[in-house]
Design a protein around this ligand. Sequence first.
Ligand code: FES
Length: 123
Amino acid sequence: MVSDKILEHLRQPHNMEKMKDPDGVGVVRETICEDELKAYIKVRDGRVVDASFEGFACAAALVTSSVATDLVKGRTPEEVLALTTDDVIKELGSLPETKSECIHLGAEAVRRAARDYLEKHPG
Ligand code: FES
């Protein structure tokens, strides 16, 4: 059974666009299918004010990326580093049994974007 929230993100993924002049970029590639996703964050006054993603991937990866880029807004880059796939699934309510690797791409991409930002802005 697919929840209404999953259907919402599936029909119209949030934040699915290339970002102009991002402050942090995270790239992930699924090891088996080699689909690639890129996440972007914009940071102002120490908090993520915008996040988006782009790429070609399966529905599970797109839905979790849609949610992950929603969840990071308002967080500090350090807090984004702690975002997990479980946080994403909790936000969705549940996720049907699926290819397990794909559902991790969204959280991993935003964590890499936060890491990229922190490496460019140490201290
Ligand atoms: S099958 Fe490629 S990301 Fe899911």
